[in-house]
Write a protein that binds this ligand. Sequence first.
Ligand SMILES: [Zn+2]
Length: 176
Amino acid sequence: MLRVTRFVIFVLFSIRMLMCKKHREYIEEAIEMAADNAVNFTGGPFGAIIVKDGKVIGKGANQVTTSKDPTAHAEIVAIRDACKNTDHFKLEGAVIYASCEPCPMCLSAIYWARIEKIYYAAKSDDAAEAGFDDSFIYREINLPNEKRSIPAEKLPSQIATKPFKEWIRMENKIEY
Ligand SMILES: [Zn+2]
């Protein structure tokens, strides 16, 4: 009985060590992608890797300045790559390794993509020190619309909810 218990502990410990090694490999690859991106002038110092069932299904480095796209953060680029590679708009069962804690936009995209877990290396405070401060966006989210620095104003329209009525009415739609 004791030998069986020892064997089970050994197997569990080995699996855990293997998992840790994999975590380190993936997160360090994301970090290296981020650093390479910075020194090659191909975008901001951010990288991300998406893994599912032990396989890399998507990768991305920040491309904001090169692709002239303010939404081309590393996580978004990686999500687009993973969705293209898997030919699906949901990444259920996948995890993301990000060189830095995701900003509010990327965090939202990760939720929309149904990614199961986020592993990150640098904290948002570290990014803020390098000039990438997203804490103000987190603060803005908590403010009522009229108090935000970018005003959001509701315009009156008789047909405001028409798209939703059409959506609800439609059968056989692809829900997400
Ligand atoms: Zn982001």
